[in-house]
Write a protein that binds this ligand. Structure first.
Ligand SMILES: [Zn+2]
Length: 278
């Protein structure tokens, strides 16, 4: 059985309609539950506080809530910040998110996929069990805040990181579940650029590798992608301007892709924490 971990990053997108960002969580909950698709949701503390009712109801519906840090500001980078800042952000965000969820947080993904030895050591102290920040063999690493050359050489399967590098195997008591890619990130952004057919082929390629080497597949999308932009200047980065602006189209496409991935009898969608515990 190949584990498929469907992850959703939940952050407040200032350039998208705020009410729609709240409402889309309800729609996602309905559609995902109808298809029996469990999510691992990485929320920032500010998003948890902006959408507390929706977040709690997603958790009550069986989805896992993990941490995506404090507020996703450009400074909040767990790869480059000082140890003092990293510890402060992790402690504060964990406290604020679990105030909403009333549950212990076990899974982490840094904003901009950023992580480090310092971050992982503090996560371990706080009881986190898994870090989903590393994107092994992602070729466009320079376009992501947490990206680094080391991603090209980091393990493709789940590993315990070392005490000297978050990207190398060791015996730290936390599991890194890498985003597996063959150069192109396996995320919804690629789906919107390359289309459903090519992404289906990409998934089959990852599946083939998973079958041979017993690796989980991790997919990522953001909830705000499915909401309208605020009227005004389009401040999206160049790469995102390649996507269609039609948020409804993106929603349908993403849902169709999730259904496709779970249509295989040997693929089992599960939350990050269930994968770790099994
Ligand atoms: Zn993010």
């Amino acid at each position: 059985m190949i584990p498929l971990i469907i992850t959703m990053d939940l952050e407040v997108a200032e350039d998208h309609d705020l009410n729609a960002q709240d409402a889309i969580l309800l729609r996602l909950k309905k559609d995902l539950n109808a298809e029996n698709l469990p999510l691992t949701i990485f929320t920032t503390a500010t998003a948890a506080e902006a959408f507390p009712v929706r977040l709690k109801s997603l958790q009550d519906a069986g989805h896992e809530i993990g941490s995506h840090g404090l507020n996703h500001s450009p400074e909040e980078n767990y790869k480059t910040a000082t140890a003092e800042h990293i510890k402060m952000w992790l402690s504060e965000s964990t406290k604020r998110i679990s105030n909403i969820t009333e549950k212990k947080l076990l899974s982490f993904r840094g904003p901009g996929m950023s992580t480090s030895v310092t971050a992982q050591q503090h996560l371990i102290k706080m009881g986190y069990q898994t870090d989903l920040s590393v994107c092994s063999q992602r070729a466009d690493f320079m376009l992501t805040a947490g990206g680094e050359l080391g991603w090209l050489f980091s393990p493709r399967n789940t590993y315990q990181p070392s005490t000297y590098s978050a990207l190398k195997k060791g015996n730290q008591p936390i599991k890194v579940i890498p985003m597996r890619t063959f150069g192109i990130p396996f995320i919804s952004g690629s789906l919107y650029i390359f289309g459903l057919t090519l992404m289906k082929l990409y998934f089959c390629l990852l599946l083939l590798e998973s079958k041979r080497c017993n690796k989980p597949i991790v997919y990522l999308f953001h909830s705000y992608e499915h909401t309208p932009h605020n009227i005004g200047k389009d401040n999206r980065p160049l790469r995102q301007k390649l996507y269609t602006k039609d948020h409804e189209k993106k929603y349908r496409k993403n849902l169709d892709f999730l259904k496709f991935m779970t249509s295989f009898s040997n693929v089992k969608a599960m939350r990050a924490i269930d994968y770790i515990n099994n």
